[in-house]
Ligand binder design. Sequence first.
Ligand SMILES: CC(C)(COP(=O)(O)OP(=O)(O)OC[C@H]1O[C@@H](n2cnc3c(N)ncnc32)[C@H](O)[C@@H]1OP(=O)(O)O)[C@@H](O)C(=O)NCCC(=O)NCCS
Length: 182
Amino acid sequence: MTQLQPARIQRLDADLMRDHLREALEIYGAAMGYPASVVDARYGHAASHTTRMGFQAVGAFDTEEVLIGFGYGYTTRPGQWWYDQVADALGRNRSRQWLRDTFELCEFHVRPDQQGMGIGRWLLGTLLDSVSHSRVVLSTPDNDTRAFRLYRSEGFVDLLRGHYFPGDARPFAVLGRALAPE
Ligand SMILES: CC(C)(COP(=O)(O)OP(=O)(O)OC[C@H]1O[C@@H](n2cnc3c(N)ncnc32)[C@H](O)[C@@H]1OP(=O)(O)O)[C@@H](O)C(=O)NCCC(=O)NCCS
């Protein structure tokens, strides 16, 4: 692995996350390879996420205080689009097991020119340390990506593989992990 560049990781409350939302979504677009139209359309959703129960976020800043990575999530709950899709696919018993008192890692991205230097693992660890839920769940494209390898090496297990969300042609994996009690 390349040596970690100097960077600072900081927890972001909802106000700070909103202050940095434009830069964060630029990173999201670059990391996911999405066009500007997709990034622009995401702004309203992302802003509303900051008001959800259990919201927690972290940001990584370079030595010039420029945001280079971020992650956020919140309590997953019935009525949220992602929860309803995943609960339906998991079925009643596994939903009870996995989606109660659970933090959904919603967005997690590092600027492409800063990836592979340990920032993502550092961000993920800091974010999950600040979460008091019993479990964490997420969805990620079902491919051999850096994200997938990172989640595996951090102990995430398969909840669903090859899952299709409405409006997206790519298969996704839904992964989850228990979080240590306080
Ligand atoms: C996923 C992501 C946030 C991880 O951030 P990162 O800073 O690149 O991650 P790290 O450098 O901490 O690497 C974490 C792990 O990824 C894997 N990895 C990193 N670089 C790699 C490379 N060049 N080749 C293979 N695996 C690699 C390794 O398992 C690594 O762990 P290690 O510490 O054992 O080497 C970032 O790569 C990203 O933004 N990817 C695109 C967007 C995305 O997929 N987001 C997640 C959506 S669910």
